[in-house]
Design a protein around this ligand. Structure first.
Ligand code: PRP
Length: 184
């Protein structure tokens, strides 16, 4: 496609994403039978993955969304979140499954999990398509992981460069010249 010109190499192909998403959906179907979880997508990166994943979950679920941005106080390891868009329903006594495109430092999830637990969720788990273990600043392992990736800047399938390229159907590494060029 036209947008391929920005990509140096494909890291996770469309085919691999399909296989991994199907397998995660099957596991989640089994684990959440009769629990009617609230699947919470963290905007905006979650959109392609969450949309594909839920089609492979064959048990009752509900959907909701949050948009949060992390900011940090004086101490490196303490993160807080600014809620740009909050959930529409209450999480009290519910099983929550957060859907993410990527877990990197772990800061976003650390803060969101704490917040939802504080609000009385019965259980908070996380499904992420991509996991970047070398990026961690907080010791955290997601409950459901699609693919472990190395410490590279990746785009596509929800992940952006300057808010663009989220619509690539695969995950890839940007060409170095894209950083130096104007990309508006
Ligand atoms: C990205 C991604 C995760 C978070 C992971 O979101 O979708 O939410 O960063 O990083 P962390 O593990 O280091 O916290 P971003 O804040 O860029 O927003 P977006 O989803 O709108 O792109």
């Amino acid at each position: 496609m036209e947008l391929d010109k920005y990509i140096e190499k494909v890291l996770v192909s469309q085919k691999e994403i399909e296989t991994v998403t199907k397998s995660l959906g099957a596991k989640i179907t089994k684990d959440y039978k009769n629990k009617k979880p609230l699947v919470v997508g963290l905007l905006k990166g979650c959109i392609p993955f969450m949309s594909d994943l839920i089609k492979h979950i064959d048990t009752n679920i509900e959907l909701d969304f949050m948009n949060v941005s992390s900011y940090y106080g004086g101490i490196e390891s303490t993160a807080d979140v600014k809620i740009e868009k909050d959930l529409s329903v209450t999480v009290k006594d519910r099983y929550i499954l957060i859907a993410e495109d990527i877990v990197d430092s772990g800061r976003t999830l650390n803060a969101v999990i704490k917040l939802l637990e504080y609000r009385g969720a019965k259980e908070v788990k996380v499904v992420t398509l991509l996991n970047k273990p070398e990026g961690r600043l907080i010791d955290y392992v997601p409950d459901y992981i699609g693919v472990d990736i190395p410490k590279l800047f990746v785009v596509g399938y929800g992940l952006d460069y300057k808010e663009q390229l989220r619509n690539l159907p695969y995950v890839g590494v940007l060409k170095p010249e894209v950083y130096t060029k104007d990309f508006n």
